[in-house]
Design a binder for this molecule. Structure first.
Ligand SMILES: Cc1ncc(COP(=O)(O)O)c(C=O)c1O
Length: 394
């Protein structure tokens, strides 16, 4: 099966009791055993079957099989949010005395988890500018177990060479984790470039409609099984059956939505780049983007996210964000609606200012998640917003 067919059919639940075509929502905490012996066999792992929703549920299994198929991985684990997926993945892979190398441009709470919570568990942390693979190589130590990157990175769109990072990690006996939230498996499949695990905020493009929170990790079955039991079982970041059901519905249209996000974003990026009030646009699909060639190599298209700097800095950005009418002023990204936000004071506020600036997240940077509305309407809204900026910024 090809991508769009898999996104509709992979993992499908056939409800034999009623013949329901759409998967029912298994909104239950627990599952009845036929007898005590069966319950004991299921707990002992001698018989397949559901026990209790914290250990698995048909709505969870459906999206896990679907995402593993879309990413070309052996197995998947769905969680209540990406932070549940990321923390469970890293806790399962690291213990006191181990070392992690992480890219310095990461989503704010991922940065916070790695820089604050992992050291409390005795894990040594080094942040590097991972866009240059040499920096990863230089930071490798005998106890390095994980290299962690996000590509394209939130919010600068910095691209990390996945193949180079995987080769360096593997040469030192470490594993590579890639956060693929920004482009999804429709546009980039990190496992094909050598990554060991792919993580997602499924809250974003995978769900696609801004109405749920969810996370994923995809990787080898034995590792995913170990993440589920004991790590997720005991940490408890479980998605609700209803949210898993919504996520499955969103996944069915991932490909068509991503095509439209890419098409719209290219046009918005070109509009912004040509606008006299715009200093700089970060979009991997623009030939002016410094890593355009690398983006073309490892991605099938350039996605729906961009960020930009206005002439007039923070104040100009504030006026623009307060002037847009169609585009919502909100964090999150990757839904059908366009969203605009200010990383320094919002999504990346957990990152100390000095670290933020080093990572290229300047005070004036504005992030735009381009939706799938008619692009003329998105551009018209930006245009009227920039006209307001013109009135106040000299
Ligand atoms: C790249 C990236 N990873 C992880 C997350 C965290 O996602 P969640 O809110 O689903 O935990 C986000 C949220 O914006 C993100 O942009």
């Amino acid at each position: 099966m090809k991508f769009n067919t898999k996104s509709i059919h992979a993992g499908k639940v056939h409800d034999k009791q009623t013949g329901s075509h759409a998967t029912p929502i298994y909104q239950t905490s627990t599952f009845i055993f036929e007898n005590a012996e069966q319950g004991a066999r299921r707990f002992a792992g001698e018989e397949e079957g559901y026990i209790y929703t914290r250990l698995g549920n048909p709505n969870m299994s459906e999206v896990e099989k679907k995402m593993a198929a879309l990413d070309g991985g052996e197995a998947g684990m769905v969680t209540a949010s990406a932070m549940a997926a990321i923390s469970t993945t890293l806790y399962s892979q690291l213990q006191a005395g181990d070392h992690i190398i992480a890219s310095d441009t990461l989503y704010g709470c991922t940065f916070s988890f790695i820089s604050n919570l992992l050291p409390r568990a005795g894990v040594e942390v080094t942040f590097v500018k991972a866009a240059d693979p040499e920096n990863i190589k230089k930071a490798m130590k005998p106890n390095t177990k994980i290299v962690y990157v996000e590509t394209p990175a939130n919010p600068t769109m910095t691209i990390i060479d996945i193949q180079a990072a995987a080769e360096i990690a593997h040469a030192g006996g470490a594993k590579l984790v890639v956060d693929n939230t920004f482009v999804t498996p429709y546009l980039q499949r990190p496992l094909e470039w050598g990554a060991d695990f792919v993580v997602y905020s499924a809250t974003k493009y995978l769900g696609g409609h801004g109405d749920l929170l969810a996370g994923f990790v995809i990787g080898p079955k034995a590792e995913i099984d170990r993440m589920k039991v004991p790590f997720l079982k005991d940490i408890g970041g479980i998605i609700s059956p209803f949210d898993a059901w919504l996520l499955n519905r969103g996944l069915k249209t991932l490909g068509v939505r991503m095509d439209r996000h890419c098409e719209n974003t290219m046009k918005v990026a070109e509009y912004l780049e040509a606008h006299p009030l715009i200093e700089k646009v970060n979009y991997p699909g623009l030939p002016s983007f410094p890593q355009y060639e690398l983006a073309k190599k490892q991605m099938d298209n350039f996605g729906g996210m961009l960020s930009f700097e206005l002439k007039g800095g923070v104040e100009a950005g504030r006026v623009l964000m307060n002037s847009v009418k169609l585009i919502a002023l909100a964090v999150s990204l990757g839904c059908v609606d366009s969203l605009i936000q200010h990383p320094a004071s919002m999504t990346h506020s957990p990152v100390p200012r000095e670290e933020r600036l080093k990572a290229g997240i300047t005070d004036g940077l504005v992030r735009l998640s381009v939706g799938i509305e008619d692009v003329e309407d998105i551009i018209a809204d930006l245009d009227q917003g920039l006209n307001e900026v013109k009135k106040v910024v000299k």
